[in-house]
Design a binder for this molecule. Sequence first.
Ligand SMILES: [Cu+2]
Length: 204
Amino acid sequence: MGMIRRKLGPPGASWGVLIYLAALPGLAIGAGGISGSVHTRGVKNPTDVIVYVEKVEGQFQPPKATVPIDQIKRTYVPHVLAVLAGSEVEFRNSDNDLHNIHARQGGRKIFNFGIPFQHAVRKVLKQKGIVTLLCDVHPEMSAFVVVTQNPFFTKPDEKGNYTIANIPPGTYTLKTWHENLKPETKEVKVSEGGNVRADFELRR
Ligand SMILES: [Cu+2]
């Protein structure tokens, strides 16, 4: 998750309140959160779901650190990744095998290169949307990168619970993505220091 810069709240709020808010884990003063559960029908792994805020006003700096995706025993790890647009992804090959990364977005090839064994190649993902990763050497390999407009996205844990913190107050469209499940959308109102709940029931 990236950091956002925000002005502190109005003067006049007591220090007690400020210290209390600052002490809440992952909650910046003035920002709110969204949390809830994601139930997936017909697929075994809710951690392959991405929950994300569709659009938040402002420009967001991608993280300085690269975001890794590895290839281990002819499997992409992780299978599903979300990154802020402009993030640099490091494609690793931990196998003793040649792989290539054939990346497609919006029906077009965006890049295609080979990665020798025990090597890595970095690439910036600029455009928001779904990037599909394929290996032309091993047709069974696939992975997905959800490239987002803002840093407010997450993956549910194994029980399907998720939290997105530090969101500026406002009304947003919250969305889900999964390769085999229909996307769902919810309107949510994030208030200052508050936490709004949004539960999803995803189906094929
Ligand atoms: Cu391969």
